[in-house]
Design a protein around this ligand. Structure first.
Ligand code: NAP
Ligand code: 8YV
Length: 315
């Protein structure tokens, strides 16, 4: 008997791995149609969903799949899956934590350094022949010795703080509850943290509870010499306020991997040489994407064989 799985928007490497491994497991893979749903004759047989972190798995889709047992999200962030609705239907939701911590932390550090040292602008200066014609470019900012703040100190936040430790003058963080064994200073109020640091790095989950957390007030507290780094979700930052602060010089710079309306980035950010922009690639290395896909497949395999999931999303 075939085991039917709906595959939604997986990145190419994960899609290829699933395609290669499906026959050995007796899995038949299906894709949604233009309405976002599988064909009606297939919908009743789907027992698993394998979804990109960028794919919406909402109540409409879950309700269209009466035999569904598991939604395996290919990401640590599962803000686009309606977990409460899945649970109410007895469907397990899994994600891919930890295997991507190092890559996401590396990109956060890269964005911070590249923004402070204006790396893309310096590269463009050489390529445009301006070094030869105009002489040395304007000076950039020193990264070592600065005060770094983290909004979020979970799996990835800790990996970022550990990378910053040999570099930073000071590291502080804001979370709703202090982390018991963390050696860094907890700041109970986000605006206070932003006022105290030179660089604020955002690494909290997306969703309703964090939407707009980095507000105009937070950006004002960061100030004209402050730098914002976002490797979390675009919606955590008030993007209009960010554009206004950057273009008016009320914020020093920004390094952004995520945006409010992906894959679109605001033209004002594209035009600004005080931003470093990457297209949501913090986990996008061959090694990490293989590990994420393997974990997603392991979760599907476990739940579809009647075993507990390997990495369920927390309650
Ligand atoms: P995690 O281990 O669950 O950590 C989340 C942290 O955020 C915790 O310290 C939590 O502390 C804090 N937090 C949650 N809600 C908060 C709030 N309202 N105010 C202040 N702090 C809050 O998650 P993770 O594995 O580090 O991943 C974090 C997120 O990064 C993911 O959910 C995903 O959205 C994003 N991400 C992006 C990429 C990318 O490609 N750019 C890749 C991987 C992950 P408290 O609960 O104590 O507040
Ligand atoms: C992915 C992510 O880019 O893990 C997350 O939360 O944002 C990323 O690693 C993505 O969603 C891959 O499917």
């Amino acid at each position: 008997m075939s085991i039917d799985i709906l595959v939604i928007g997986l990145p190419a490497l994960a899609d290829d791995m699933l395609n290669r491994q499906a026959p050995d497991r007796g899995w038949t893979l299906h894709r949604p149609g233009p309405d976002g749903l599988p064909a009606p004759e297939v919908a009743g047989r789907i027992v698993g969903v394998a979804a990109s972190g960028a794919a919406t798995v909402d109540a409409r889709l879950i309700d269209a799949l009466p035999a569904l047992k598991i939604i395996a999200v290919h990401a640590v962030g599962y803000d686009l899956t309606d977990v409460a609705h899945a649970r109410s239907r007895g469907v397990v939701v899994t994600h891919t934590p930890d295997v991507l911590n190092d890559d996401v932390a590396d990109l956060a550090l890269l964005l911070a350094l590249a923004t402070l040292r204006r790396l893309p602008a310096m590269d463009a200066y050489v390529r445009a022949g301006r070094w030869a014609s105009e002489g040395p470019p304007p000076l950039s900012r020193r990264a070592s010795g600065l005060k770094y703040g983290l909004l979020g100190l979970g799996r990835i936040g800790r990996a970022i703080a550990e990378r910053l430790t040999p570099l930073a003058g000071e590291i502080a963080y804001h979370t709703r509850r202090p982390v018991a064994d963390a050696p860094w200073r907890h700041v109970p109020n986000l605006v206070d943290l932003a006022a105290q640091v030179d660089v604020l790095i955002v690494i909290v989950p997306g969703g309703a509870s964090t939407r707009g957390l980095v507000s105009a007030e937070v950006l004002a507290a960061l100030g004209p010499n402050g730098v914002l780094i976002n490797v979390a979700r675009g919606e955590v930052v008030d993007q209009d306020a960010l554009v206004a602060a950057l273009t008016s010089g009320r914020l020093g710079g920004a390094g952004l991997d995520v945006f409010a309306d992906e894959p679109n980035a605001p033209q004002a950010l594209i035009d600004s040489d005080r931003c470093v922009l990457t297209p949501h690639v913090a986990s996008a290395t061959v090694e990490t994407r293989q590990a994420m896909a393997a974990l997603m497949i392991a979760n599907l395999e476990a739940v579809l064989a009647g075993r507990p999931p390997v990495s369920p999303v927390p309650d």
